[in-house]
Write a protein that binds this ligand. Sequence first.
Ligand code: ACO
Length: 448
Amino acid sequence: AKDVGILAMEIYFPPTCVQQEALEAHDGVSKGKYTIGLGQGCLAFCTEVEDVVSMSLTAVTTLLEKYGIDPKQIGRLEVGSETVIDKSKSIKTFLMPIFEASGNTDIEGVDSTNACYGGTAALFNCVNWVESSSWDGRNGLVVCTDSAVYAEGPARPTGGAAAIAMLIGPDAPVVFESKFRGSHMSHAYDFYKPNLASEYPVVDGKLSQTCYLMALDSCYKHFCHKFEKLEAKQFSISDAAYFVFHSPYNKLVQKSFARLVFNDYLRNASSVDELSKEKLAPFSSLSGDESYSSRDLEKVSQQVAKPLYDEKVQPTTLIPKQVGNMYTASLYAACASLIHNKHTTLGGKRVILFSYGSGLAATMFSLRFRDGQNPFSLSNMAAVMDVEKKLKSRHEFPPEKFVETMKLMEHRYGAKDFVTSKDCSLLSPGTYYLTEVDSMYRRFYAKK
Ligand code: ACO
């Protein structure tokens, strides 16, 4: 198979959201902490009628419908998620009724889990399958689905929720440059979910930021090394049109891109001009550890990186800023933002993605865009996802109602024997929702 990659994409996020500005006032933190400090605009969340299964049912069915895909044409289905609904039964199996209805049960793949990295693992599995000798000629489907919720406190404003479905096959408009990959895997307790009775993670916020940046440095080093070996020339930021990051909150994305600029400076890459070199020179002798804790380096490198950030990163930030951290879906929502904003000019361009999942697993990899042909074109992807309309038609909840919803969801997590309100008035037609969990913990969904 040639030019294997993403043929089609659909995104779903709950229509219920809370403004970060309202949350700042409600939480009694200083004005600007969430909006400027974290760089976030809005946070989407599931109410009691939605969960990771209903969101992925919605994303998959709308993708199949809108691109006119026959469910029989799917030969592999992989789900990435860190939201545990069941310790054994995969989310993938909840999606099988969509395919069973057309007589297709011959579909490989189950769920992949490691914090926000599961979606990337699922995606690599699917791409590798299409490129392998076990490929049967049909397409793969990857679903990233998560509800990111935190206990009350500083991490809560970094929540979010979404599902993304991606069709994988040959002759794609978003092609994997599979040779260019750099990974960093390590043992860390930065963010984890050891309490199986709670949906909330245990999180060491500061440590998670440092782990993220260390993994970024390491992945970039490996990525550049592999690129240089294969292409016989140095890689620098100038070799890609866009950089897409896993986005827990926008401020970390700003810091990450600045970190890449600092890396290019240390590697003496051509992407860094003379004035920037002068500004970064005072930091050239810092040790690794010192460089992660230097506030001055953080400030100066962000300032130096700003024009390049505006050009190469800003167009990827729309959905993550407006929806929040979507865990496994976050990186691909950033990619969807880029397609939404730039689909008319992406053809021929390279984009570098950085995937990070706490615990920890991280990979930097490369994609190349082609205009493609309908229905598998960049412009059709943008039309199908219709991000602007989805964002505009949302319903803002006051913070009090958001907090109330979080409390109800704490009780509902892992519970049995209840029916939901079945109130789907805020959901758009075609959206799946949870109706009941019976005495055997079996979950039931309906479609609006
Ligand atoms: N106006 C403008 N900026 C402000 C204001 C204000 N009024 N108040 C604070 N800030 C800035 C701070 O200076 C800081 O920015 P800086 O890092 O550039 O200095 C930023 O706002 C955040 O303030 P902190 O005091 O650092 O925030 P706090 O420690 O309370 O929480 C944190 C932030 C740690 C990110 C928390 O939200 C968290 O734990 N989130 C979850 C963990 C996470 O997402 N980690 C990322 C990788 S792992 C993953 O993807 C889950």
